[in-house]
Design a protein around this ligand. Sequence first.
Ligand code: GLA
Length: 381
Amino acid sequence: MTEQVSKQFAEKFSGKPLIARSPGRVNIIGEHTDYNDGFVLPAAIDKAVYVAVAKRDDDIIKLYASNFNEAFETAISRIQPSQQWHTYILGIVDQLLKNGHPISGFNLVIDGDVPAGAGLSSSAAVECAVVFALNELFNLELHKMQMVKLAQQAEHAYAGVQCGIMDMFASMFGKKDHAIKLDCRSLDYEYIPLQLEGYKLVLFNSNVKHSLASSEYNVRRQQCEAGIALIQPHHPQVKKLRDANMQMLDDYVKPADELLYRRCKYMVEEIERLTTACDDLKHGNLTSLGKKMFATHEGLSNDYEVSCKELDFLAAAVKNNPAVLGARMMGGGFGGCTINIVKEEAIDELSATLYKNYKTAMGMDLTTYVVQTDDGTAILE
Ligand code: GLA
């Protein structure tokens, strides 16, 4: 992929580019918890975005996306958000300028193999690759956590998704053979070895593009805040759902609003579940971890309501399969992938059977990715 992106750069532009790579991510457990100041357990994967970039002598930005075979050009002073692929790149430029980091024009080629709309954070991978490359190119001396926050702001401002910090963090800080337990309040993190001993992480892509995700995602965020607003008058120390417990929900949210109650209940349960799931992972108790993943799916589907019939089908289809320790929908929801812990030798057969059954039931093709964990954002050349 590095060679491919350099070659494309040479075809479109001149000069020797700098090349950065930033991976997609999985999340083992802890979904929608990041913007509630809870914990998450993501890992970077061996699917990544690559950018090749070099300075220009003027204030023009010229971009080329290999996956779309499409070029885009703008003056720095004229950048604006759009619904297209370049919004993630320009969103980074916008944040750099807003935060007082002067940059001039550049040429950039982008390529990669993180499927878009599959819940693997292709947009965060783009943002992290671009901010990392521009930081190096223009000697901005930003450190990784600053770049993570800047990428998150770019997503808010230019993609319109009020996302939490998990995706950018995982892409930037990933470490091969490890998951990362991140405390989304303090931003303290701990690398936990991911020893799957004969099992693998398998993603089943429903191929439902999570188009509802951005609007409904923002609604879920608001619902969590509405839940807090009901609790806070009685417990002023509760700033986020991380600080709430079931008793508080029963006392103040349930009587006021049944829907908000279900949203908040999932959240309080998930934040608790993640902590014990991390202990399972540390103790090598994958069976117990897997059970919690199924429980997370139930919560996301019934209480938080961010699943869809295709994802529910995929989670249910493996539930009683002894070769599958755990499965659940992953990421923002409304489409994308399920994440599964599957016994290595059962993967091929499971994938073939599921492909057939999914096609019959949902009329759609299923795509299987067997993923490995990988390192986070880096300059390659
Ligand atoms: C998306 C967001 C993340 C996170 C997940 C759900 O991927 O970008 O911040 O909230 O959904 O866990």
